[in-house]
Ligand binder design. Structure first.
Ligand SMILES: NC(=O)C1=CN([C@@H]2O[C@H](COP(=O)(O)OP(=O)(O)OC[C@H]3O[C@@H](n4cnc5c(N)ncnc54)[C@H](O)[C@@H]3O)[C@@H](O)[C@H]2O)C=CC1
Ligand SMILES: CC(=O)C(=O)O
Ligand SMILES: [Mg+2]
Length: 554
């Protein structure tokens, strides 16, 4: 018989390692299987952090933290919570992009659920292996990895974005890690690097599309919502065609959320609300250019357009104040390659006649439109260059410029350049974390307009309300709650709350979301004491009493 290791030490949700007391070691049958000393969680956290600091690169830190995650979840989240601003860029954006590219080579052990399009009959039993009851799951994050961050198709390796998004939900908003499930739908990959890599761990064929793909999505949604009827179903980093199609087809039937469209739209709206408090110019007078008209770009366009409608414009007037640019240039009516979701924003031919021969580029559009807001969701690094930015600054006193592409190597412009080119006037926020910038004797803190600053509180609010659906009202409430936490009018102040306050910020967002869910009549719970209910729902990384039934295991 092989040597036995007690399961309590192997399960990261139960393992406490050297923090098990003598009495617990006795009770759990692990006597003699740990060194003698009994450490506190704080001591363990100090040691884990020390080990982490010795790692030479962010990728090595990522691997170190994942191994800790696989050994002891409480300790992992304690370290993450205590050093959130420092470690969020390691477990999430931008390092997670690097980890996704390296997944098959850095692989240590599985985490999450791996669904294969070649075996749709296994979807149900794959989830059943988790042995979770219908009321034991709050959240399922799934990706098909077609458009991971700005780095494209990474096949099965995209599981790490589901894991990373969930780490943020727990660290930032206290979603219980044992009630959250990361999933990858492996539908094949068109990435030749992966298909030709002998160590690639996913299915070795091109991406399934059409009927087979659609049936797989349907199977997924039916199965997960039947097994876990209360769970929020979060979709991440699907390709532009599928992301929107899935949300629109199923948003009325299932409790689904597309983070790249809805979360990004809402955090960008929050940053814009904050910036307009500085400029004093209302939404109905904004002129917006969105550069990169894909999942995130059009999600943002929709949110900003809706803000203009709330500010008094009719839908058509509002749409006319948003200019979308994609690979072919400014999107103009009648272009043969427009995607269906881009069509409403395409400009009339008459408007742009004489602007340019052929495609109309960003600079030309800026020179004609005099935008007040410029958004980057293009994955095109450096696209907001000095010429574009100075042209924009000629037409507006305080240019609002959000280069949102991730990871770092994809960003349209760095804030230091934006501030230098506009003599410190730019109001900016970025998708990646950026250090403060000194300019003109002012220290400018740069808000992180990343959906991670919003979706944790949104998810927590949805869970606390027991909401049947995630409504537009809940998204708007989340955006307003984020914006309400900052006053960007002081020189150099950020447009968004800092990451180090994310836990408190998420609680504020969650309360606003519960109120909106009640107002939208989708809430199944309406707590009398909302602040307490949100606080109680937030899982803390601490060793409580051992759960009932956790006895010596063989
Ligand atoms: N800050 C945040 O919270 C978020 C940021 N993003 C970032 O936005 C970027 C786009 O992501 P998705 O919208 O999901 O991808 P997507 O693939 O749906 O959209 C990208 C769009 O940019 C266009 N594009 C590519 N090169 C271009 C160029 N040179 N000029 C103009 N347009 C160009 C593509 O044709 C496509 O329509 C990524 O870098 C992603 O990391 C996405 C979601 C959230
Ligand atoms: C932040 C995020 O969701 C993205 O870049 O895709
Ligand atoms: Mg994403």
């Amino acid at each position: 018989m092989p040597m036995h290791t007690p399961p309590v030490l192997l399960n990261p949700l139960t393992n406490r390692g050297t923090a098990f007391t003598a009495e617990e070691r006795e009770r759990l049958g692990v006597v003699g299987r740990l060194p003698d000393a009994v450490l506190t969680l704080d001591q363990q956290a100090e040691r884990a952090y020390e080990q982490l600091r010795e790692e030479p690169t962010n990728l090595a830190k990522f691997v170190n933290l994942e191994q800790l995650h696989d050994r002891n979840e409480v300790l992992y989240y304690r370290v993450l919570r205590d050093h959130l601003a420092e470690l969020l860029p390691v477990v999430y954006d931008p390092t997670v992009g690097e980890a996704i590219k390296r997944f098959s080579h850095e692989y240590r052990q599985p985490r999450g659920v791996f669904l294969s399009i070649d075996r749709p009959q296994d979807v149900r039993r794959s989830f059943e292996t988790l042995q979770l009851h219908p009321d034991e799951v709050d959240l399922v994050v799934v990706t098909d990895a077609e458009e991971i961050l700005g780095i494209g198709d990474w096949g099965v390796q995209g599981i790490q974005i589901s894991v990373g998004k969930l780490a943020v939900y727990t660290a930032a908003a206290g979603l219980h890690p044992g009630r959250c499930v990361p999933v990858v739908m492996d539908v094949g990959t068109d990435n030749e690097i992966l298909l030709n890599d002998p160590l690639y761990l996913g299915i070795r064929h091109s991406r399934a599309r059409g009927k087979q793909y659609d049936a797989f999505i349907e199977t997924y949604l039916e199965t997960v919502s039947e097994l876990y009827p209360n769970a929020l179903l979060h979709f991440e980093d699907f390709g532009p065609g599928n992301a929107r199609r899935i949300l629109e087809a199923y948003r009325d039937r299932y409790r689904i959320f597309n983070d790249d469209m809805q979360g990004t739209g809402a955090i960008t709206l929050a940053a814009a609300v904050s910036a307009l408090k500085v400029t004093g110019v209302p939404f109905r007078e904004q002129r917006v250019i969105v550069f990169g008209a894909g999942t995130a770009g059009v999600g943002i366009a929709d949110q900003l357009r809706d803000a203009m409608v709330r500010d008094g414009l009719d839908a058509q007037e509002a749409t006319r104040r948003v200019w979308l640019i994609d690979k072919q240039g400014l999107l103009v009516e009648g272009m043969p390659d427009l995607r269906d979701y881009q069509v409403p924003y395409a400009r009339p031919v008459a408007e742009v006649r004489g602007w340019a021969e052929g495609g109309i580029d960003l600079l030309t559009t800026v020179q004609h439109v005099h935008p007040t807001i410029l958004i980057g969701t293009s994955t095109s690094p450096g696209a907001f260059d000095r010429q574009v930015v100075t042209a924009m600054a000629k037409g507006v006193e305080r240019p609002i410029i959000f280069p949102l592409s991730n990871p770092t190597e994809k960003i349209e412009a760095m804030p230091a350049d934006l501030l230098a080119w506009t003599d410190g006037k730019a109001l900016t926020a970025t998708g990646i974390p950026v250090d403060p910038v000194e300019y003109g004797g002012v220290r400018h803190s740069i808000g992180q307009a990343n959906n991670a600053l919003l979706y944790p509180g949104l998810g927590l609010g949805t869970v606390v309300a027991g909401a049947d659906r995630l409504t537009a009202g809940m998204l708007l409430a989340a955006a307003e709650a984020v914006a309400g936490q900052v006053d960007a009018r002081a020189p150099g102040a950020p447009l968004l709350p800092p990451v180090k306050n994310l836990r408190a910020s998420s609680a504020v967002v969650a309360k606003a979301v519960v109120r909106a869910a009640v107002a939208d009549k989708v809430a199944n719970r309406q707590p009398d004491d909302l602040a307490q209910a949100v606080h109680d729902a937030m899982w803390q990384p601490a060793y409580g009493p051992l759960p009932d039934g956790q006895e010596a295991s063989t």
